[in-house]
Design a protein around this ligand. Structure first.
Ligand code: G6P
Length: 607
């Protein structure tokens, strides 16, 4: 969480920093700030509230002139959102300014030590430590000060630093928090994420933990852990700037929902040769897979819901035992891991703190780690044994849609791949599955073009206080995601239940008019679901059913949305799409800030 940017070059930096921060607001948006180094004097402006408040205060940059600066958009961890707690934080003598993404674990101890040395704190943040600590160690050499600071501080950080003795210079360093360096002509950039600099450059590199980067308009130097100069390999970012813009849609979420067919196709199609899955992974040999005793799928949030769906898919296709787990739980329990365990980490950002910790724990215990990740070069992508990228492109809205869909598609490809290696799928079935996979993006497109019924249902649901989602098996996984989407952007309380579990307590909450969104499967479970729907209907529920085209449904449901036919294991991918649209339209009717829901951040880099 939190986003940082930095610029040094020949242009006025404040408008560039404001624009960069705008594309990082998904990382946090409770306050923001900018520090500019004009010759040898530092000027800082910060504001509680959305970035627009700061931009207004600065008249879009006019009031803070200078060509070297750093900026920050905050998601509060230590100290409430306020002007004082907003970054940048500045040393008492005004010499050093710092923006920080991450969290310092030993900040209480360091704060006491610094107070003992006579420093005064003006904020409740952990970040202010950096400003005072760097000031304490700075004796004319910023590198030395940073090395000493790094030895003292435990925790995660990506820092942008300005020092009034170094005009025209931005200094950056990271540990366990994301940072990208962008290279331009006579100007250079830092940012937490690529979209913040895409308008200016697509030539980037990613510093490693502990590396210090010194940026000037015409040079970028990188120093390693022992002070040695390091040459970095630069990369060209494939995304263009328009990928991170709304492109005519009112919200990023709508744009990203509509991009799902493309994200699905890009994740699936290059990896299918006929009916044979060919993902670009090399670590899963037949010998290893035969001996796999258990597959753990570890993730957070929506990525965890992909893991729940993956359990049903992988178990049915590969015959292996699969256990989905929340990364925040997995990392603190004692999972039984051996060299015969396969741990699959799913993460859009590749930077989620709990998922990183779970991955490291799994590797430490000897398991093989395969990750499904969207962001190239992210920590999880770099550290896992194998990576299967999702090709969703940059996702800006806090509520994930296209990354979730692309993750599911990566799971389908992986399941087919493992099943083909193990021989747990026959040729005919593989062909049927591959054909259904190829057709999936088109069916998604069809489903995403129908909004009117969903808008009607949204208007019926928008004044509810509680909404329940029910489904069985894979539809239960889709129900979990639908429920999360709804609550995170519309602020209506909602719960997802395995339909058979409802009568063990929760049905007591159903009363006249309580909305129940029921996912109707076709096949063996149709009649079970029909009974569950009748049970809630009999207690007055307003039922919105999502049903396959061939499922007969009459009086039981108040509104019926139809899902095109597909392979039974791919149904989650389609069922979730109307649920995303439903959440969107409910939030719209309620006037919520769809792309930036309260209290949330897209990239959760703290525990
Ligand atoms: C946040 C996001 C979710 C996401 C989760 C895990 O809560 O809002 O959309 O599913 O983090 O993030 P990851 O980047 O690891 O997929």
């Amino acid at each position: 969480m939190c986003g940082i940017v930095g610029y040094t070059g020949y242009r006025q930096c404040t408008p560039i920093l404001l624009e960069g921060l705008k594309s990082l607001e998904y990382r946090g948006y409770d306050s923001s700030g900018i520090a500019v180094l004009e010759n040898d004097s530092l000027h800082v402006e910060k504001a509680e509230g959305r970035l627009a408040v700061l931009a207004d205060r600065l008249q879009e940059g006019v009031l803070l002139p200078g060509k070297t600066g750093i900026g920050h958009t905050r998601w509060a961890t230590h100290g409430k959102p306020s002007d004082e707690n907003a970054h940048p934080h500045v040393s008492e003598n005004g010499k050093i300014a710092v923006v920080h993404n991450g969290i310092i674990e030993n900040y209480r101890k360091l704060k006491e030590e610094l107070i003992g040395k006579g420093y005064h704190f003006v904020s409740d943040t952990d970040t202010e430590i950096f400003a005072h600590l760097l000031d304490y160690y700075f004796r004319g050499n910023i590198l030395e000060a940073i090395y000493k600071m790094m030895r003292k501080v435990n925790g995660a950080y990506a820092l942008g630093i300005l020092c009034d003795e170094m005009p025209g210079t931005v200094i950056a360093v990271k540990k366990d928090s994301p940072l990208v360096v962008g290279l331009g002509k006579d100007e250079n950039f830092i940012a937490s994420d690529v979209p913040a600099i895409l308008k200016h450059t697509r030539t980037v590199f990613y510093p490693e933990d502990g590396e210090i980067v010194i940026l000037r308009p015409d040079s970028v130097e990188v120093y390693g852990k022992d002070g040695e100069r390091i040459e970095k390999e630069v990369e060209a970012v494939a995304w263009d700037a328009s990928a991170a813009e709304k492109g005519g849609y009112p919200h990023f979420m709508m744009k990203e929902m509509m991009e799902q067919p493309r994200a699905m196709a890009d994740t699936i199609l290059p990896r299918l040769a006929g009916s044979v899955a060919q993902p670009e992974i090399s670590g899963l040999s037949e010998a290893f897979l035969r001996n796999v005793d258990k597959i753990y799928i570890v993730a957070c949030g929506s990525a965890y819901h992909v893991g729940v769906a993956a359990k049903y898919i992988l178990e049915e296709m590969t015959g292996k035992n699969v256990e989905p787990d929340l990364a925040s739980e997995f990392r603190y329990r004692v999972p039984i891991l051996t060299e015969h365990s396969l741990v699959i980490i799913i993460s859009q950002s590749g930077e989620t703190a709990d998922s990183i910790a779970a991955m490291r724990e799994a590797k430490r215990r000897g398991a093989h780690v395969l990750s499904i990740v969207n962001v190239l070069g992210s920590t999880i992508a770099k550290e896992s044994d194998d990576v299967l990228y999702t090709w969703a492109g940059p996702e800006i809205a806090v509520a994930t849609t296209k990354a979730y869909s692309a993750q599911l598609c990566a799971v389908y490809v992986l399941a087919l791949y493992i099943a083909e290696i193990l021989g747990t799928i026959n040729l005919e079935e593989a062909e049927r599955f591959a054909a259904a996979l190829r057709a999936l993006p088109e069916k998604a497109e069809e489903l995403l073009s129908e909004h009117s019924k969903i808008q009607y249902a949204a208007s019926r649901l928008s004044s509810s206080h509680n909404i329940f989602f029910i489904g069985r098996n894979l539809e239960f996984a889709a129900a979990m995601e639908g429920s999360l989407k709804l609550k995170e952007i519309s602020y209506i309380h909602s719960e997802a239940y395995a339909a058979g579990e409802l009568k063990h307590g929760t049905i007591s909450l159903i009363e006249e008019g309580t909305p129940v969104v029921a996912l109707m499967t076709s096949g063996a479970l149709t009649d079970k679901m029909r009974s569950n729907i009748r049970e809630v209907k009999a207690r007055g529920a307003f039922v919105l059913a999502l049903a396959d085209v061939d499922v007969e449904i009459g009086e039981e449901a108040d509104v019926v949305l139809r899902i095109p036919k597909t392979h039974h294991l791919l149904r989650t991918s389609l069922a979730v799409l109307p649920l995303q649209l439903l959440a969107y339209y409910v939030a719209l009717v309620r006037g919520c800030d769809i792309d930036k829901p309260r209290n949330l951040a897209k990239s959760v880099t703290v525990e």
